[in-house]
Design a protein around this ligand. Structure first.
Ligand SMILES: [Zn+2]
Length: 475
């Protein structure tokens, strides 16, 4: 039977957290039980990250940066669909940014901020399951920088002449209200405004640029689903080079002027990015996005990050330097492994880093470096007593998701899998895996099952030794 409007109107939301009171429904009518969405996505490493009860389809993020105050003025609109009858729900939002207005479908909504990162939103009326809704938040301030002892610097990172947003794993919520877990991917639009002497950059395609009253606004579209940890915006003084790869992918690279990179090297960075994109497309299948590129920045974070479509490389300790071929191969390899196919849980991050490291090996071997077997042998020669062999590759622990076991043992595991199933099946897998889970999520269990299916070989012993056990496996 269908619910009558009268029965719906009879539902009264409880004001207290989690409480729902429904008035006596007419005989034969169903009462709708509106309940709060979960405050986390259920990831054991980051219990507060992400939320339950809805699924985001699009973020529209408008940021205006003021170099004098270092503050942003922002309007973010989150388009989502309820996956349960929602009385209230959380977004992740952290730090000192001050909200001046928050609406759900145009109506003022009540909200509280609790714990480190929960923005708890109670809409005027409950949201029925499957219903599409929009949250619009207007806010401003100087965003927080996260400096986690184990995970490093992320979130909003000030630079000499602006700032950059680098989110992995938990930084996104410092800049915009977000369902901050890789399992809730969405498309993105960015509208970035700054004084006209600054360059603004983001993921995706540059679709508009206009200057008015001394301010330049650019608009960027990331049309493929993206995990929040891979979203990127940058404000600052950059030199931009545009082109296309031989395979036809539009390619926009930018070099931070604070890095003092020569015009010739800025061009080389663009060309090498194009070459690696084409090389890896040959191995992993078509480039997953409508454009590519890269950004070099002096941000003091000491890492490069596979921000979707357009990675960021902080080479601040090496003035004048552009990324090496190996580094490009790593971050661009991630675009298939980690970005297009994202981990189901952060424990699965070896699926990102193992394949990105293996991408370095494959690229190096094809470009005059050591063979893949030599790269494996060099790592495998690490003594069994070394810390590298501590912990489990497929469950490294929250504080070890960026450790050597994930990268080097991950790549070694992939090489042993290749030997187990043979080159023919392995190179088929390199294309088939990113195709099978394109723009989605996959777990270690999914991967082991997929490898077994494609290799027609029992890989359970391989998985037990290389992924699920501590210690140095015998060959
Ligand atoms: Zn990586």
């Amino acid at each position: 039977m269908s619910r009558t409007p009268r029965a719906l109107a009879a539902v009264v939301l409880g004001a207290a957290a989690g409480l729902m009171v429904s008035a006596a429904a007419p005989a034969g009518a169903d009462a709708v039980r509106f309940t709060p969405g979960a405050p986390g996505a259920g990831d054991p490493y980051f219990p507060d990250m992400g939320n339950g009860g809805f699924d985001v389809s699009h973020y529209d993020i408008a940021l205006r940066y003021d170099p004098k105050t270092k503050a942003i003025q922002a309007v973010t609109t989150v388009t989502a669909r309820a996956t349960q009858d929602l009385s209230r729900f959380d977004l992740d939002f952290q730090g000192p940014l001050k909200i001046s207005s928050l609406t759900v479908d145009g109506h003022k909504a009540a909200y509280t901020r609790s714990g480190a990162q929960e923005l708890v939103i109670t809409p005027r009326k409950g949201l029925r399951e499957h219903r599409r809704f929009q949250v619009r938040a207007v806010y401003s301030g100087v965003p927080q920088t996260i400096n986690d002892p184990a995970l490093g610097v992320s979130g909003w990172i000030p630079t000499a002449d602006g700032g950059i947003m680098l989110n992995q794993p938990i930084g996104a919520a410092t800049v915009y209200p977000v369902n901050d877990h890789p399992t809730d991917k969405a498309t993105y639009s960015f509208t970035l405004t700054a004084p006209q002497d600054l360059t603004t950059l983001a993921n995706g395609d540059l679709t508009d640029k206009r200057t008015k009253a001394g301010l330049t606004t650019t608009r960027w579209e990331m049309r493929s689903p993206m995990a929040s940890e891979l979203a990127m915006v940058a404000f600052g003084r950059y030199d931009v080079v545009t082109g296309r790869t031989k395979g036809g992918v539009p390619n926009l690279t930018a070099t931070d002027r604070a890095m003092a990179i020569s015009a010739a090297d800025a061009k080389k960075f663009n060309q090498q990015t194009a070459e690696v994109v084409d090389f890896e497309s040959g191995l992993y299948g078509r480039w997953p996005y409508s454009s590519t590129g890269g950004v070099t920045v002096k941000a003091g974070v000491g890492y490069a990050l596979e921000t979707q479509g357009r990675p960021v490389y902080d080479l601040g300790r090496h003035p004048g330097a552009i990324p090496s071929g190996d580094l490009l191969a790593h971050e661009l390899g991630h675009q298939w492994f980690g970005d297009s196919v994202s981990p189901e849980r952060w424990a699965d991050i070896w699926l990102n880093e193992g394949f990105a490291t293996y991408s370095e090996w494959l690229y190096g071997a094809a470009h005059g470096g050591k063979t893949v077997q030599q790269a494996f042998d060099d790592d495998y020669a690490t003594p069994a007593s070394d810390d590298l062999w501590k912990g489990k590759v497929a469950d490294p622990g929250r504080d070890h998701i960026f450790d050597g076991l994930v990268y080097d043992r991950g790549a070694m595991a992939i090489h042993v899998l290749r030997q187990t199933i043979g080159d023919k099946a392995f190179f088929k897998l390199l294309k088939a895996w990113p195709a099978r889970y394109r723009y989605g999520n996959a777990s270690t269990k999914d991967f082991v099952a997929f490898a077994q299916q494609i290799g027609h070989k029992d890989v359970s012993d391989w998985a037990a030794k290389w992924l699920y056990s501590e210690g140095k496996p015998a060959l």
